[in-house]
Design a protein around this ligand. Structure first.
Ligand code: SAM
Length: 243
């Protein structure tokens, strides 16, 4: 069973506050995901770690014929059902480690910033492959391995004269569980090297079509100048793959 940190009261309210303000999701990750998103009209979509459902809802609004959003967090799903309900979207409380319970095939499996919470990526990749129809697409984002690497979760930027010039991280080769602080102590995620991620997907049967480390556009830098740090160290990794 995966950790359900999003149901922690403090974590949940801080996370939602973050998402309601200027944030890396809207300015960096989502624009890159949208560029890679296949046409969803008439398609079936599985949204894993759907959170409060904004993307699941958008897929349905864009003409997807059926969207299933799964998430481990009761609080996130409550918000999804309240703010992003749609007749063609069904929200299910489910651990992504237990996707074996789903039997239907999907045209698109989508996941935004959830897979770094999965302990067993090999099992997850096998389930994703099984749940995708032949020719279907997997599109997902996760925290970049440079971000997840450092064992004490204390990678940091180095500055010279107040300017960020480099980033220090360590423990890259040691895959596995990390426990650090993000709003609250004890937040778990899993580090995997780029090699492990790509090899696991390839061995599950996927053909990798694109691997993107998104950079901010000019408009995003104007909104949030600190995004210039992305030119030193990427925050996100995005992979698009085909069955
Ligand atoms: C960073 S949030 C992203 C939410 C949403 N995809 C978005 O972009 O707005 C990560 C989500 O993954 C969910 N999650 C974490 N571990 C999970 C697990 N083992 N199974 C299913 N969902 C999980 C969390 O509850 C949370 O809603």
């Amino acid at each position: 069973m995966g950790q359900n940190i999003f149901d922690n009261n403090v974590f949940f309210s801080e996370y939602i506050k973050l998402r309601r303000g200027k944030n890396y999701n809207d300015l960096l990750e989502q624009p890159a995901m949208r560029k890679l998103l296949p046409d969803v009209r008439g398609k079936t979509v599985l949204d894993i770690g759907c959170g409060y459902g904004r993307e699941s809802y958008l897929f349905a609004q864009s003409g997807a014929k059926q969207v299933i959003g799964v998430d481990i967090s009761r609080k996130m799903l409550e918000l999804a059902r309240r703010e992003y309900s749609h007749p063609d979207v069904e929200y299910l409380q489910m651990d992504m480690e237990e996707l074996g319970g789903l039997t239907q095939e999907f045209d698109l499996i989508y996941s935004s910033l959830a897979f770094h919470y999965a302990a067993d990526f090999q099992r997850l990749a096998g389930n994703l492959y099984r749940l995708l129809r032949a020719g279907g697409r997997l599109l997902y984002s996760q925290e970049h391995p440079i971000v997840t690497a450092t064992v004490d979760c204390r990678g940091h930027y180095n500055t010279v004269d107040g300017q960020c010039v480099s980033y220090t991280f360590s423990d890259y080769a040691a895959g596995g569980r990390r426990v650090g602080a993000w709003f609250v102590d004890g937040v778990e995620n899993y580090h995997r090297t780029m090699g492990e991620i790509v090899t696991t997907l390839a061995q599950a049967g996927f053909v990798i079509e694109e691997l993107v480390e998104p950079l901010p556009g000019k408009w995003a830098l104007e909104e949030l100048p600190e995004l210039a740090k992305e030119f030193i160290k990427p925050t996100f990794l995005i992979i698009k793959a085909r069955k």
